[in-house]
Design a protein around this ligand. Structure first.
Ligand SMILES: [Zn+2]
Length: 214
């Protein structure tokens, strides 16, 4: 027998101990760049183990299907996949905890991860360009776990009385976080932001993060 009892209890409204807010720009070179200048390196868990995984898969293909050795090898591959998933999740939890503890309000780009990682090959009518480069980027994007990260950030901020705000990603990469000037010329290189109007210079990801919270 199982008995389940549900109760409702009013809780005092939680107030986040911090009063600061921050913009977070999610990327591939930096996993996250915060508008206060803090950056988090990506772990690329899949990349790290992909050679090992390929080797294990080749070994599997040489074994007799459904034999004892084949089963053993299959289990090894599953363990490797599990390890990759655990590494990624551990990293996401540590990062989302750190940010949600230190900031009361977090702004993040409302990313459509699914759109970004759309098939690189395209369709027969509309074949994709730079297929190899895009497939590589897709792998990197999916390896980051941005969707899961934003989900964690959302509920962890909620626990602590903070708030997550999703900002539509309009020109954040070309807009100056200081004066609001928008121009493709503000991005002389991928990594550098240099405002053509006010001269504000910063790492491009940090500028994009700052743009979100202004
Ligand atoms: Zn400016």
């Amino acid at each position: 027998w199982y008995v389940s009892v549900q109760v409702e209890q009013a809780l005092p409204e939680r107030v986040h101990p911090s009063t600061t807010d921050v913009g977070v720009d999610l990327g591939v070179a930096n996993f996250a760049a915060l508008s206060n200048g803090i950056t988090y390196d990506p772990i690329n868990a899949y990349r790290k183990y992909q050679d090992q995984l390929a080797r294990a898969q080749r070994a599997l293909s040489r074994k007799v299907k459904c034999s004892a050795n084949w089963r053993k090898q299959k289990r090894k591959i599953q363990q490797l996949h599990h390890k990759i998933a655990c590494c990624r999740l551990d990293f996401l939890h540590k990062t989302s905890t750190a940010i949600s503890e230190n900031q009361a309000m977090v702004f993040v780009e409302d990313l459509q991860v699914r759109n970004m990682s759309r098939s690189a090959a395209g369709t027969a009518d509309d074949p994709g360009r730079n297929v190899r480069a895009k497939a590589g980027l897709n792998k990197s994007i999916l390896d980051q776990g941005w969707g899961e990260f934003v989900r964690q950030l959302d509920y962890k901020l909620d626990w602590r009385g903070g708030m997550l705000i999703k900002v539509p990603p309009h020109y954040t990469s070309q807009t100056c976080s200081v004066c609001g000037h928008v121009s493709p010329a503000n991005r002389p290189t991928q990594a550098v932001f240099h405002c053509q109007a006010c001269g504000h210079t910063e790492h491009a990801d940090t500028n994009a993060a700052g743009r979100m919270s202004t």
